[in-house]
Write a protein that binds this ligand. Structure first.
Ligand code: PG9
Length: 615
């Protein structure tokens, strides 16, 4: 690299690569070990990132990023990007203090590869899933001119707002505790393998984390014991401060020249936000760039698995992973790196998770989608209001209902309420395991509906299909008897009683009546006005909390109902909010208090979800 640091890099070069048969390079930069990839991978995948790309033959390159595994240097969490002026080819030979970031490391690697690897055709592609997806994105600012095709896949993008560390400021406890134990072990020397910091014996994550207590206890001698640098950084930076802002790569995605294919999974519990917002930032900041989006019915990286035809009880009717690799990913690299074939993919190719069909759109979100409010009403009703005329699924308009209520029954409550108790938080899943239950993102929510601290609002059965396409707006009017609160809002598809069961059905599932989660996410209320400057709630004063849930493409079919749930804990996926405006990273047991939470449905304080409905 330009500062003299050496990065451990493994190359797989086709044996016939020479001037007569030059091959392009496909590279992945990773914090998870460049390999070697091992003979055992070969029958399935070969030396490439997929079997299909291995069969096509490329020069495959894997590199340990700075400070990880066998590379020299110092690792940085989501390395902050340098200003544009510092990127590109260095003007002078560097010294150990020459500024560098992931863009310059990628640039320097490409420069070296082009000169040192005989039989390359002068074209380079980069791809990677998750953290390696971040490194793929980071190749774009000041890209090397030989870099022609980049595919950030489930890229880590903005860790405070929506990716691994936090969602809307709420800490993702379960994932980070487990991950940090391995990832954050100090590495004084390059190593081939990381040892975990401590022996983690969990059978039931809910019980374990409840017993662990306040988050500061994670630094107890038997756990992190202050040895985990990134864990401490995560907790020390509990607002969207300079630390996190420097780690938001989106603002650096200008002047994008390579073709980009951003890939994500609707059921990605780690970096769904990253995929959607990387695509969106490139699109907005580079209207002329070749920039496409693929979203499939996938968990984190499931598109790289040999088969992804089903998830939980839902059968997609085809191997969606193979379909993606064969018709999108491989043609993308073949076209931009080898000039082979054509690449005619639409701007956005997304899987409709209600219809089980791929759909193409010329923009994402589709321009035709119209934002429609669905109001949370008394007695658990959810009413959609159509623009102009009443929608077929709508019984009465929201406004008629509220007027009747206030005129005829002035004493009836204009809110619903529950007691949120940090000592008895709502579990995020009914199938608690040691680690994250990936299926929580499609799980039947009836287990939650039974809790007294979960509110539910549902429509009548739909009289025709309703397609929701894009991000979901949440507009809650709330109050708390405390001074802080979390809000978890879930959009759910209620399957009619006569829904056929899966075949075969070894688990004897009954799908009729299932409350299938379509999208849900948390918002830490103190950030309702600003992620940088959190604010306490005034106890018991109706206050607006607005936020956005990640996009969906889901057709709620005729006969199904839409259901919205609201709750204030989602444990231990998300850490517990003390429900007091205190520093959560240093809070003690006594800071965690019960609170009465109200969700209002009265004129002027009408809580709703805004759904982008396709006409
Ligand atoms: N999503 C992953 C991650 C990144 C950063 C912190 C924790 C997890 C990953 O799988 O790379």
């Amino acid at each position: 690299m330009r500062d003299g640091v050496k990065l451990y890099t493994i190359l797989y070069v086709p044996q016939d690569a020479d001037k007569a048969h030059p091959y392009p390079i496909i590279m992945e930069r990773t914090p998870y070990s460049a390999g070697p990839r091992g003979e055992s991978n070969y029958p399935l995948r070969g030396p490439g990132p997929s079997r299909e790309l291995s069969q096509e033959k490329y020069i495959f390159v894997y590199q340990d990023v700075r400070g990880r595994y066998l590379s020299e240097g110092q690792f940085e969490e989501v390395t902050p990007a340098l200003p544009a002026a510092a990127l590109g080819k260095p003007r002078r030979a560097g010294t150990s203090t020459t500024p560098h970031d992931e863009s310059t490391d990628t640039y320097d690697t490409i420069e070296w590869l082009l000169k040192s690897v005989p039989g390359n055709n002068g074209k380079v592609g980069i791809m990677g899933i998750s953290y390696p997806g971040f490194y793929a994105t980071a190749s774009l600012p000041g890209a090397h001119p030989a870099l022609k095709a980049v595919s950030p896949q489930a890229p880590v993008t903005d860790e405070f707002i929506g990716d691994d560390a936090r969602h809307n400021g709420a800490f993702f406890l379960l994932d980070n505790f487990d991950f940090t134990n391995y990832f954050d072990a100090p590495r004084p020397q390059p190593v081939a393998k990381y040892d975990e910091l401590f022996d983690l014996k969990i059978t039931d994550a809910y019980q374990f984390f409840l017993k662990l207590g306040p988050i500061k206890n994670a630094n107890a001698p038997q756990y992190f014991n202050n040895r985990a640098r990134i864990w401490n950084e995560y907790l020390q930076h509990d607002t969207y401060d300079a630390y996190w802002q420097a780690r938001n790569i989106r603002k650096h995605l200008t002047d994008v020249r390579p073709a980009v294919l951003t890939v994500g999974g609707w059921y990605d519990a780690e970096d769904l936000y990253g995929a959607l917002h990387t695509y969106q930032a490139i699109e907005k900041q580079n209207p002329k760039a070749t920039n496409r989006l693929i979203m499939g019915p996938w968990t984190h990286g499931a598109w790289s698995r040999p088969d992804w035809s089903k998830f939980g009880p839902y059968d997609f009717g085809q191997n969606t992973a193979q379909h993606y690799r064969q018709t999108l990913e491989t043609p993308f690299f073949n076209y931009y790196l080898k000039g082979k074939g054509t690449f005619g993919a639409a701007e956005a190719t997304l899987f409709d998770t209600g219809l089980n069909q791929w759909k193409d759109y010329p923009t994402w979100p589709p321009r035709a989608a119209e934002s429609r409010p669905f109001y949370l009403q008394p007695n658990g009703f959810l009413y959609g209001v159509a623009a102009g005329q009443p929608a077929p699924y709508q019984k009465q308009s929201h406004f008629q209902i509220t007027r009747t209520q206030t005129a005829d029954s002035p004493t009836s409550p204009t809110f619903d309420e529950y007691i949120s108790d940090p000592a008895h938080p709502v579990p995020y899943t009914a199938s608690m395991q040691a680690g994250r239950n990936n299926e929580y993102m499609i799980e039947d929510q009836r287990f939650a509906a039974q809790r007294p601290d979960v509110l539910t609002y549902q429509t009548e059965p739909l009289t025709e299909d309703l397609t929701v396409a894009g991000p979901l707006g949440i507009d809650l009017w709330v109050s708390t008897s405390g001074t802080d609160a979390d809000f978890v809002v879930k959009l759910i598809d209620v399957l009619p009683d006569d829904t056929p069961n899966p075949t075969p059905n070894p688990q004897r599932l009954t799908l009729g009546g299932t409350q299938r989660l379509v999208r849900g996410d948390v918002f830490r209320g103190r950030f309702r006005n600003s992620f940088e400057k959190p604010e306490a709630f005034q106890p018991n004063v109706p206050t607006e909390v607005r936020y956005e849930l990640n996009d969906v493409l889901h057709t709620f079919k005729k006969g199904h109902r839409l259901l919205v749930q609201v709750q204030s804990t989602w444990f231990p996926l998300v850490d517990r909010n003390p429900q007091q405006f205190v520093n959560i990273s240093t809070a003690g047991e006594g800071d965690f208090k019960q609170a009465t939470i109200r969700i209002y449905h009265e004129p002027g304080h009408a809580s709703s979800v805004q759904l982008p409905v396709l006409k």
